[in-house]
Design a protein around this ligand. Structure first.
Ligand code: PMV
Length: 331
């Protein structure tokens, strides 16, 4: 038997990092996905192939140890995914995701990626959600979207040490959502067009490390970072109203203010800043880091100027246009 499942990546428009402290966030699923295919294995192990990253890994079914077997590299993967090669770190999410499903025989798992790894576009959540959906289908096991999102969040928590449920929620449900810890994903109904360009630096951001960096800053300066988180919450809530009312200029302004506060949280880099200001000069009315920062990507909101912004960002780093995808996980 051969089964496939796929899940979308995402872009966070408002509220990253603050969402780790119980604040709301606004995010969209994008039309770039992780596609996971599972079939019965050729030996007694779980063999994982990720062609886009040139990563191959073997998971021992009995002791759950991962070895990554790139052509020139046969070393065992460290328990800390980020101490080993960054790309191979994704194997840890796949191993944890699959460990929720019993298997008495080997599996061949292929992961095809349309999303850059560590790019702030929710690649690890998309891979985790798609892997679990494919494994559930392979085992002919019923799984509700709610329990899939919960289990996938648990995997992110175990691998990263800290993670909000935002990425796994959006990868599961898709669409344009306002996320709160109390109500989960609430769809934002709007007729507003959201032309978005992603500028992507070649350096991946390490989400786990960045969350810890912000946590340390908050611990050292609670009276400053606490109110910054509160202000990000206000921005996110105002942005929701602006999006619902179709107020483009206001959405752009709020993205730029949110960016200023992400810089204050210490997750900006010179490369990200350069992309952000280049996007604004080319006509974006809002541009900011998307996701954890420290590398990874920016998003530019550019009504009527997407082509110009795309061309400018491409002349500096990688860039691509994304559309909002209403399609969540499919299996
Ligand atoms: O960089 P990404 O795609 O992993 O997004 C991280 C978003 C954070 O708010 C920084 C962390 C989280 O778990 O919500």
């Amino acid at each position: 038997m051969k089964v496939s499942a796929s899940a979308p990546g995402k872009a966070i428009l408002f509220g990253e990092h603050a969402v780790v402290y119980g604040k709301p966030a606004i995010a969209v699923a994008v039309d770039r996905r992780a596609i996971v295919t599972i079939q019965e294995g050729t030996d007694n192990h779980i063999n994982v192939k990720i062609p886009e990253l040139d990563v191959r890994g073997v998971i021992d079914i009995d002791n759950q140890q991962i070895s990554h077997l790139n052509p020139e590299d046969t070393s065992e993967l460290s328990n800390d995914p980020f101490k080993s090669s960054y790309d191979a770190g994704i194997l840890k999410y796949i191993q944890k995701a699959l460990s929720n499903f019993k298997t008495d025989h080997g599996l061949d798992v292929q992961v095809d990626l349309e999303i850059p790894i560590g790019g702030g576009l929710g690649s690890s959540a998309a891979v985790t959600v798609a892997t679990m959906a494919a494994a559930a289908r392979y085992n002919q096991q019923e799984l509700t979207l709610e329990s899939l999102a919960k289990m996938a969040h648990q995997v992110e928590l175990e691998v990263q040490g800290a993670a909000s449920p935002l990425d796994t929620t959006i990868s599961t449900y898709g669409g344009f959502i306002y996320f709160t810890h109390k109500d989960g994903a609430v769809k934002i109904e709007t007729s507003m067009e959201m032309p978005l360009v992603v500028g992507h630096t070649s350096k991946p951001g390490n989400t786990g490390e960045l969350i810890l960096k912000v946590r340390k800053l908050k611990k050292n300066h609670p009276d400053i970072i606490g109110p910054i988180m509160d202000t990000i919450e206000t921005i996110t809530n105002e942005a929701r109203e602006s999006i619902i009312n179709g107020e483009e200029e206001s959405v752009g302004e709020l993205m730029n203010i949110n960016q200023g506060l992400l810089d204050a949280l210490g997750v900006n880099t010179p490369k990200l800043s350069n992309l952000i200001y280049q996007a604004r000069s080319a006509g974006a009315i809002g541009s900011k880091i998307t996701g954890a920062g420290g590398g990874g990507s920016i998003i530019a909101y550019c009504p009527g100027k997407a082509k110009e912004v795309l061309k400018t960002l491409k002349s500096v780093e990688n860039a691509f246009e994304v559309s909002i995808s209403s399609k969540g996980v499919t299996w």
